[in-house]
Design a binder for this molecule. Structure first.
Ligand code: NAP
Ligand code: G4F
Length: 323
């Protein structure tokens, strides 16, 4: 089975590639042209995958790669995925994160509408939540240009499914993290920042809103759900979450206590990191995924924080020649 992953250089793309290779799939990864390579997350599997160049901004390139590869499954994970950047670059966010999904769907429709399509939808679509916990039926109320773009991508996926009878599904994934998470996202910022303080490489960590809460899971668990959705008889959307919520403050406490550090001595609040509109509380209900996909998360919040802190300690020691 041939699978094409857009966003293979990102956190999820790299874990999904690991997962699909283990399943015996032939994996193609779409990368955009860059003046320097950005393949850290996929270096360990470079000789087992095929990289192809295209860009979600460019319709012709999307049609070309899908026509050349003729994959059975396309996972659209590429996006401008960092929420704060979406306020600074709202038009680009719309082009890539919203219209990018249309370009992939349109390429599939033109080349072969039988190709299965997965869209990386997000709990950010729930935004200012209208109910707790959030299910597949909870109405959306996005709070950032990123969230708005994801709502568009979500509904265009539903629309192509209903209009052209395509196997097009959305996974509404709640926050998921790992040692491969980008350094600007809050979990990795905290685990990396705490490790730097422990090793004497920094003394403080500047943070925004500590009161927001998120439903955090482990990315490795979540990519399995993407694949499961494409193996079902019917194309349906699913909420994928840990069904537990923690505040950013609890995250900070957990990471610093892994290293026997008192977080209150090191965390400084920086108002510039507070968002113009916040998503205060996310908590998913994944009953549908449990029942129909047989999917369950395997890693608790505490285990996840420990995995990330340990990985960052190891990385920083290596980078700084510390024994
Ligand atoms: P990520 O680490 O930020 O990766 C994003 C990927 O998109 C990168 O490979 C990036 O390529 C690629 N990309 C960006 N613009 C592109 C363009 N114009 N053309 C082609 N590729 C482009 O994100 P992630 O955490 O793995 O998330 C994967 C997807 O799930 C994203 O769509 C995200 O919005 C969504 N999502 C994530 C979470 C989460 O908690 N992680 C939750 C819900 C939904 P470069 O390496 O070249 O920048
Ligand atoms: O880690 P974050 O930047 O993730 P956010 O905004 O929830 O978005 C992530 O999850 C979404 C799924 O819900 C994805 F769709 C999206 O692509 C991305 O992967 O921020 C989490 C929370 C926010 O409430 C933020 O205000 O942490 C709070 N926070 C507090 N201080 C901070 C900081 N976030 C960041 N990035 N940096 C801080 O210093």
């Amino acid at each position: 089975m041939k699978a094409l992953i857009t966003g293979i250089t990102g956190q999820d793309g790299s874990y999904l590639a690991d997962f699909l290779l283990d399943k015996g799939c032939e994996v193609f990864g779409m990368v955009r042209r860059s003046s320097t390579e950005n393949f850290e997350r996929i270096n360990h599997l470079r000789d087992r995958i095929t990289l192809v160049q295209a860009d979600l901004m460019d319709q012709v390139s999307m049609i070309k790669v899908i026509d050349e590869i003729r994959p059975a499954e396309v996972y659209n994970l590429a996006a401008m995925s960092f929420v704060p950047t979406s306020w600074d670059q709202p038009v680009l966010t719309g082009e890539v994160t919203a219209l990018g999904a249309t370009r992939v769907l349109e390429a599939i429709k033109v080349v072969d509408p039988k190709i299965k399509f997965y869209q990386a939808s997000s709990s950010e679509m729930f935004g200012k939540v209208v109910e707790v916990p959030q299910t597949e039926k909870t109405p959306f109320y996005p709070r950032s240009p990123y969230g708005v773009a994801k709502v568009y991508a979500h509904w265009i996926t539903v629309n192509y499914r209903e209009s052209y009878n395509m196997f097009a599904v959305s996974g509404i994934l709640f926050n998921h993290e790992s040692p491969r998470r980008g350094l600007e996202f809050v979990t990795r910022k905290v685990t990396y920042g705490a490790a730097k303080i422990k090793l004497g490489l920094a003394s403080e960590l500047r943070m925004g809103n500590l009161d927001a809460s998120r439903d955090w899971g482990y990315a490795k668990d979540y990519v399995q759900a993407m694949w499961l959705m494409l193996q079902q008889e019917k194309p349906l959307d699913y909420v994928i979450s840990s069904e537990r919520t923690h505040t950013v403050r609890q995250l900070v406490e957990a990471a610093f206590s892994c290293l026997d550090l008192d977080w209150k001595k090191h965390i400084k609040i920086d108002r510039r990191l507070v968002r113009p509109a916040e998503v205060d509380q996310l908590l998913g209900n994944s009953a549908k995924a449990h029942k129909e996909l047989g999917w369950y998360p395997t890693t608790s919040f505490e285990e996840l924080v420990r995995i990330m802190v340990d990985a960052d300690m190891k990385l920083l020691k290596k980078q700084n020649n510390i024994a």
